[in-house]
Design a protein around this ligand. Structure first.
Ligand code: ATP
Ligand code: MG
Length: 512
């Protein structure tokens, strides 16, 4: 095999941070090469350097693609040579159709006008290749994230891609969708497409990787070749975090008390089609000291449930009760919810979770201004102190707490969202996909924090699509499907199979 890509001695500075320090990265033609490392290790930055997002001249070192030295000024330059990157946060236009997104900037034009016949024909062809069986005129906002991901790949294929870079493509996908995506990568490999995959899901890495490069603190630790042996996850983890990790989940010795938080008969209608029920008579409760999980497939209504409970951020015609320690709460707004001691850490950190132009300090104190102020005046020192405390506790990688959250790595942004809500000291904490995009070491830290909160007698609800995590962390699990609770499992009788069975049984009942 020959190298399709060679990155040599790459160093990239940001004000106050050396994000990459003399990194070497070689990719063989036709392989799937995984890039792994802790949050903030420099993975996305390395790929941005490669693609011209950080233009030639803003980094040092050299890059050779198919034997030629590259000096990309913009991302367009790299696209012209056949490099396509699919970002950590998707970059599709939600209000345009699939076909328009696929050919955005690369339109099928004849005599100066778009030829929709050609557009549809070519769109159908690439859509078929990625296994997307949708009408090309469907709007992006009307399909799920899994399919949106496929549109991104279809778009890449429409440009005759040589090197496809996927930055955490499966972070927002469920098991099934992730599997399809990995299979598609293996298919593309057969067609000679080279892939670089960034992922925190080591089981996926072990499944598809021909080579794995580990980055730590902006430097290359090692590149592991698959060879004849299976890939050893423990070795990857050791390379990433610099030590052995014995357990993935902290020990839990729960002392569970009375019911502290309860949702009764909760029904919510779709804001776009108010006659459609989105959440159907949901009942659930959490005891003091207990961590409950809500499992379900993407689209089961878990986020809608959480958002509707959290100050009616989602939904119309909402009915039902929210009860805290036996008392029925009246909650109309997010402010009411926070006031009542409820916190909701969102899965969508870019839209709801963070104010990106603000620094870490402001973001962490946002939901607890009463804690950092006296007589209506904010005490900046108190705010800084809190930010420093959480920076240390959650190991947030940054140049300082005055760094803008927009410039943090994806996983570190997530840690700021969590800090904000933990600092608010809620009685009931709802965490929606809290470890999405978070590295193994930091996951452990987050589980530990959840445990500590529970130990303090708080009620904790975790929504997660990763079944091993739900099973490893929760005392009790509700299974949700199509807006309803379709099963409840205790720690002792819960398993991946038991959870899936609840969902399958529900589908079967509907079919009858
Ligand atoms: N525009 C920027 N300005 C300042 N610092 C930045 C900027 N972009 C990234 N950094 C810093 O560079 C380092 C590497 O970030 P990068 O996004 O490459 O990490 P990553 O390995 O992709 O992490 P994650 O797994 O969390 O996505 C981090 O410390 C981050 O704070
Ligand atoms: Mg990243």
């Amino acid at each position: 095999m020959s190298a399709i890509l060679k990155m040599e001695h790459i160093t990239k500075m940001f004000p106050g941070v050396k994000a990459l320090n003399d990194v070497n990265f070689d990719v063989e033609k036709g392989e799937i090469h995984c890039l792994v490392g802790e949050n903030g290790a420099g993975k996305s930055t390395l790929m941005n350097v490669l693609c011209g997002i950080y233009p030639y001249g803003t980094y040092s070192g050299s890059i050779y693609f198919q034997g030629e030295e590259t000096q990309f000024k913009t991302i367009k330059d790299s696209e012209h040579t056949g490099i396509v990157i699919i970002f950590q946060e998707l970059a599709l236009v939600p209000t345009l159709s699939i076909r328009e997104n696929i050919f955005l900037g690369n339109e099928r034009v004849e005599n100066g006008v778009i030829n929709w016949y050609m557009t549809d024909r070519d769109a159908s062809e690439v859509m078929k290749r990625v296994g997307l069986h949708e009408n090309p005129q469907t709007l992006i906002k009307d399909i799920g994230v899994g399919k949106q991901q496929l549109v991104e790949i279809a778009k890449a294929l429409s440009r005759d891609v040589q090197l496809l870079i996927l930055d955490e493509p499966t972070a927002a996908l469920n098991e099934n969708e992730s599997n399809n995506l990995l299979n598609l990568m293996l298919e593309l490999k057969k067609d000679g497409v080279t892939c670089v995959l960034i992922s925190h899901k080591l089981n996926e890495v072990a499944r598809v990787a021909d080579s794995i490069t580990i980055l730590r603190d902006g430097a290359t630790i090692e590149t592991i070749k698959r060879g004849n042996q299976p890939i050893n996850e423990a070795r990857i983890i050791r390379g990433m975090v610099g030590r052995d990790m014995v357990d993935r989940f902290p020990k839990r010795d729960a002392k569970i008390g009375e019911i502290g938080f309860e949702i009764k008969d909760w029904t919510v209608h779709d804001p776009l089609q108010p006659d459609r029920i989105k959440i159907n008579h949901v009942n659930l409760n959490v005891r003091h000291g207990e961590i409950i999980g809500i499992a379900g497939l993407m689209g089961a209504g878990r986020t809608e449930l959480a958002m509707s409970v959290f100050g009616k951020m989602y939904g119309v015609n909402i009915s039902g009760q929210i009860i805290k320690d036996g008392r029925c709460l009246t909650i109309h707004t997010v402010r009411d919810a926070i006031g009542a001691g409820i916190a909701y850490a969102t899965e969508d950190r870019k839209t709801y979770g963070l104010i990106l132009i603000k620094d870490i300090i402001d973001n962490i104190s946002l939901a607890s201004l009463n804690k950092v102020s006296a007589n209506m005046v904010i005490n900046r020192n108190r705010e800084i102190q809190a930010a420093e405390e959480y920076r240390e506790k959650l190991n947030i990688k940054c140049s300082g707490v005055t760094q803008r959250t927009n410039d943090l790595s994806g996983g570190n942004q997530q840690k700021v969202v969590l800090s904000k809500w933990i600092f608010a000291e809620p009685d009931c904490l709802i965490l929606d996909e809290p470890t999405r995009g978070i590295d193994v070491g930091a996951k452990y830290e987050i589980y530990t924090i959840m445990n500590n909160l529970a130990e303090m007698g708080k009620t904790v609800i975790m929504i997660s699509s990763e079944l091993p995590e739900i099973l490893g962390v929760c005392d009790r699990i509700y299974v949700m499907d199509e807006g309803e609770i379709v099963g409840e499992l205790t720690r002792d009788n819960a398993s991946q199979e038991a959870i899936m069975k609840c969902i399958m049984d529900n589908h079967r009942e509907e079919a009858i």
